[in-house]
Design a protein around this ligand. Structure first.
Ligand code: ZN
Length: 167
């Protein structure tokens, strides 16, 4: 109350957005009536979009082109590697774009993405599916609220009102 509703570090910001690639193909979109909540400053969204939204008011619109380095990164590494499906837990719901954690050769946890599934092999990649893609985000800031103590501790929002409990 009274304080300006501005997207800033530590606030939960709700946005309606559409993400397109440079050719104008819609890649992702917030569902009608369900704006995406994110915790500002916590790396929940790509750096370029967070930077664009910083300091904007509720009701402000955005229309920004984000190069890969401020999005999901440039493509790097050797590209997708084939792994037998049998290396995954039985019943794992493997779909392209899915992220999972694995142990790298140096023993460090790495995030891998399912690039494609061909026959008995899952092709996995260290690159996010949108690595190397210029992102075109348009949308509106719908709401800004204070983060709850739990949300601040977890580094992500718990639903639109901070009341959605999980794991
Ligand atoms: Zn949480």
């Amino acid at each position: 109350m009274g304080a300006p509703e501005i997207a800033a570090a530590g606030k939960v910001v709700l946005i309606h957005y559409t993400l397109k690639d440079e050719a104008g193909t819609v890649l992702d979109k917030s569902p009608e009536g369900q704006p995406l909540p994110y915790l500002h400053g916590a790396g929940n969204i790509v750096p370029g979009l967070e930077k664009e939204l910083e300091g904007k008011n509720v009701g402000a619109t955005f229309d920004v082109l984000i190069p890969p380095k401020d999005g999901y990164g440039e493509k790097s590494g050797p590209g997708p590697q084939a792994v037998p499906k049998s290396a995954f837990p039985k019943g794992a719901n493997l779909v392209p774009g899915m992220a999972f954690r694995a142990q790298g050769s140096d023993g460090q946890d790495v995030v891998l993405y399912v690039a494609k599934i061909i026959g008995a092999h899952v092709h996995v990649d260290t690159n996010h599916p949108l690595a190397g893609t210029t992102l075109h985000f348009t949308g509106t800031i719908v709401r800004v609220r204070e983060a709850t103590a739990d949300e601040t501790a977890h580094g992500h929002p718990h639903g639109p009102d901070g009341t959605h409990h999980h794991h």
